[in-house]
Design a protein. Structure first.
Length: 275
């Protein structure tokens, strides 16, 4: 029977880590272990992890080295032939592992299994994100899967794990590019089996603030696939520039209107003072 190792990396997440661990332990797929990697968390988080340690298979503590290194450390210690990544502030529905393993068993071309996700915003609203999955062509210009997905440990070993130099985001996407670059597909379970918290201080939010540096790194690292797709690459880049130019114009007009309204208010206040 296939064995699943669920790897949870944690950095200063005392508030949500227990829910993440419980969602791993409560998977209906029984042949599993849960490994938590504490990536140099604060005392509050360490106290919570110490309390939770008896519930899990292994707790690994290290100095802060970033998410990629923490994941590689956890996977290296894993006994499973399948690896499921889970972020410490998110959680899975109980049937994800069971359904994902079944898909691997049915199709030898599958290298990655992901699912639809419930997005939880800090203002209390929610939305559903539906990744498209597919082959490498679907992953070249944007991530087409959740970073927290299921893959085989042997594939992780084959491609050299997560890029530990990527400490500022997009490491999931870059890993999936290498995973699918030569062959294989990402299968998306069309069910909401994951909940993802959209936080202002999340790794994804921080990555978006420096996305051009990260894109530059990915495009150069994997330049052979972008050179082979050069015509489409140029079209994609020009389309992205066009969209961003439109957004700049729209934001400028908003700022201009705000400034004009501010001037009107000031003018009205002076008029009232004269009267």
């Amino acid at each position: 029977m296939n064995f699943v190792s669920i790897i949870i990396t944690c950095y200063n997440d005392a508030l949500y880590i227990e829910q993440a661990i419980d969602s791993a332990l409560n998977q209906t797929y029984l042949n599993k272990e849960v490994i938590v990697v504490d990536d140099g968390s604060n005392k509050e988080t360490k106290d919570v992890l110490k309390k939770l340690e008896p519930k899990i298979s292994k707790l690994i503590t290290q100095e802060n080295k970033g998410q990629s290194t923490a994941r590689n450390v956890g996977i290296n210690e894993a006994k499973g032939n399948y690896i499921l990544i889970l972020d410490s502030d998110d959680f899975f529905e109980p049937t994800f592992c069971e359904k994902a393993i079944a898909i691997f068993s049915e199709n030898n071309d599958v290298k990655l299994v992901t699912c639809d996700a419930n997005l939880l915003y800090i203002n209390g609203t929610t939305d559903v994100y539906r990744p498209i999955g597919g082959t490498i062509s679907n992953f070249m210009y944007a991530n087409a899967a959740l970073g927290t997905s299921l893959f085989k440990k042997e594939d992780w070993e084959r491609i050299g794990g997560y890029d530990e130099s990527m400490r500022k985001g997009f490491e999931d996407w870059e890993y999936f590019i290498r995973l699918l670059k030569n062959d294989g597909i990402c299968h998306v379970i069309p069910e909401v089996l994951y909940s993802y918290r959209k936080r202002n201080d999340s790794t994804t939010s921080k990555a978006n603030s420096i996305k051009y540096d990260l894109l530059n790194y990915i495009y150069i690292k994997h330049k052979e696939i972008y050179i082979a797709d050069f015509d489409n690459f140029v079209s994609k880049m020009l389309e992205r520039i066009k969209i961003e130019e439109k957004e700049k114009i729209k934001n400028f007009k908003k700022s201009e209107n705000k400034f004009l309204n501010f001037l009107k208010k000031i003018k009205l206040q002076f008029k009232n003072l004269k009267n």
